[in-house]
Unconditional design. Structure first.
Ligand SMILES: NC(=O)C1=CN([C@@H]2O[C@H](COP(=O)(O)OP(=O)(O)OC[C@H]3O[C@@H](n4cnc5c(N)ncnc54)[C@H](OP(=O)(O)O)[C@@H]3O)[C@@H](O)[C@H]2O)C=CC1
Ligand SMILES: O=C/C=C/c1ccc(O)c(O)c1
Ligand SMILES: [Zn+2]
Ligand SMILES: [Zn+2]
Length: 360
């Protein structure tokens, strides 16, 4: 493709058509590459549990056809006239949001993920009135503000999970002042986000306890990911022995669950950081937070600045994600396996290697 930002392009993505969440080839057009836009040929796209929530309408706001995928790594093919930071051939990333108002307090504070006018990379409507579509697609057109450069030293498939899972754990650790060495952290739910939580927290010098629904991941957590301790959440004796021991717990469980067992693990002033997208009320009794001045909070991905930071952090610390690379024709099976907790720890789809234009 050339350098003149002029044409709409027809691309092929894999879309869900209804709440059964099955994805199949879908052809649609991309907007012309505007002055501030970057046309990205998708190389790899990670599969996040949010893709299941969205494809299966767990939050009740899904619109179809929907092409999910928000851990996108690609190659710049074309840039608009006002784009100077990127040029054709650059390897770049795109994450969960692709637009914001630029005027509100979060936007002015460079935490644009908290803008109430944020535009999601899929299942949303862009400023031109078209549906946004995500990274399980041959290409995307994205405003340069929502594009990051993938640094040298990071393989593109390795970078993909950092664009959601990686920054999602990095951002609250930074924001809540939890980067100091020696802190004791808990990672509840050892999946895509959780395994990055173990790796990032260990790289910050924390003592890391994995809290899991089963004992199945114990050896991997300790030997491969470097966790210091492992608790099975249903083991009351183990949980009681660990009471009052953690400065924070990052809770990545994607379904309704009790909070009190994890509040019990926190020291005085400890923080329970909710990450899972759960459309049902969660409950706890007030003394669980009062008697220890504990906080329950939440955090949503990270800013574009933090996304650049976590990519650099991973290069500097030599951090890699643990991934299973699959082709696009395995996407539905991968989503099913993710939903039944059968992946170590992130699927990444080799989009460019899947010849998806031929499938449409
Ligand atoms: N706040 C934010 O910005 C973000 C939120 N999310 C959300 O975080 C949650 C986790 O995402 P992700 O890490 O991709 O998900 P994964 O499915 O990869 O991991 C979730 C982990 O939770 C544990 N778990 C406990 N109960 C269940 C259950 N019934 N079904 C499945 N897993 C269970 C499992 O760990 P174990 O075997 O150890 O029990 C599992 O590996 C999702 O709700 C996702 O939407 C994701 C990214 C960003
Ligand atoms: O995977 C990233 C998205 C997370 C997310 C968090 C909160 C929410 O309401 C969502 O719809 C998605
Ligand atoms: Zn995600
Ligand atoms: Zn804003």
């Amino acid at each position: 493709m050339g350098s003149i930002a002029s044409e709409e392009r027809t691309v092929t993505g894999w879309a869900a058509r209804d709440a059964d969440g099955h994805l199949s080839p879908y052809t649609y057009t991309l907007r012309k590459t505007g002055p501030e836009d970057v046309l990205v040929k998708v190389l790899y796209c990670g599969i996040c549990h949010t893709d299941i929530h969205q494809a299966k309408n767990h939050l009740g706001a899904s619109k179809y056809p929907m092409v999910p995928g928000h851990e996108v790594v690609g190659e710049v093919v074309e840039v608009g006239g006002e784009v100077s930071k990127y040029s054709a051939g650059d390897v770049v990333g795109v994450g969960v949001i692709v637009g914001c108002c630029r005027e509100c307090r979060p936007c002015k504070a460079s935490v644009e993920q908290y803008c109430n006018k944020r535009i999601w990379s899929y299942n949303d409507v862009y400023t031109d009135g078209r549906p946004t579509q995500g990274g399980f697609s041959s290409a995307m057109v994205v405003d340069q503000k929502f594009v990051v450069r993938i640094p040298a030293g990071l393989a593109p498939e390795q970078a993909a999970p950092l664009l959601c899972a990686g920054v999602t754990v990095y951002s609250p650790l930074k924001h809540f002042g939890l980067m100091s060495p020696g802190l004791r952290g808990g990672i509840l739910g050892l999946g895509g986000v959780g395994h990055m939580g173990v790796k990032v927290a260990k790289s910050m010098g924390h003592h890391v306890t994995v809290i899991s629904s089963s004992g199945k991941k114990r050896a991997e957590a300790m030997d491969d990911l470097g966790a210091d301790a492992y608790l099975v959440s249903s083991d009351a004796d183990q949980m009681a022995a660990a009471a009052d021991s953690l400065d924070y717990v990052i809770d990545t469980v994607p379904v309704k669950h009790p909070l009190e067992p994890y509040l019990s693990l926190l020291k005085m002033d400890g923080k329970l950081v909710l990450m899972g997208v759960i459309g049902e009320p969660l409950s706890f009794v007030s003394p669980m937070v009062m008697l220890g001045r504990k906080s329950i909070t939440g955090s949503f991905i990270g800013s574009m600045e933090e996304t650049e930071e976590v990519l650099k952090f991973c290069v500097e610390k030599g951090l890699t994600s643990q991934i299973e690379v699959v082709k696009m024709d395995y996407l539905n099976e991968a989503l099913e396996r993710l939903e039944r907790n059968d992946v170590r720890y992130r699927f990444v789809v080799d989009v460019a290697g899947s010849k998806i234009e031929d499938a449409a």
